[in-house]
Design a protein around this ligand. Sequence first.
Ligand SMILES: [Fe+2]
Length: 232
Amino acid sequence: MEEFSKIMNWKNIFLKSEDFQNNNPTKFTFLENIFYEDFYKKLYETFPKISAFTKIETPDKSTLRRWWGKNKKNGILDPNEKDNGVSSEWNLFYKYLHSDEFIENIQKFSKIKVNKTKHFVFLNMQYGGYQLPHIHDVGPSTLILIIYFNKNWPNGEPGGTYISKNDGSEIIFEPYNLENSCVIFQDGPHAEHGVRYIERDTERKGIQITIEGFSTEDGWSCYENKVERIEL
Ligand SMILES: [Fe+2]
């Protein structure tokens, strides 16, 4: 029997459930203290070293990523795949993301028809890191979570994923507490987001998780032509 009871602090998370559901036209919110402190500390201390990441430099972004296990790119996850390159706590958390408890709670929180964890990727950014505002809009039932693992992020500094309008000209929300916190949003036609240019020597550590609707008859709920167009 796995010990799932001390991973995520759902009591805390549910406090923001209405805020998430009421935001319009994109459902989103910002969650703080999402992990229990002891578990967070273990994830924080064993976050993969930057040397384990792949640098991605394209006109729209400068970032670093490390995919789960043998994934070379952000492919669809095998729920049973262990990753020997990361700690037992990270493997436990990965397993938890595929558990009934996690899925039931995320459904209860979001009221969105998601039922399976699809992607998981470690993220990092350094000096010069950024991501231009973009919209995925892959389908009607996709949730994106970006979870942060950084101590003492300076208030007002770029690095967190913002939610914006009109090609980044209007930032609706940008997080500054990047420790044990999470930006969660429903993917969709208005779910614009990005990261401002980082102008100091730092590492901005995080993970991105995608949860989506899935059925054995119809497959993933994303639009068919978007299946292969995975863009974080
Ligand atoms: Fe994105």
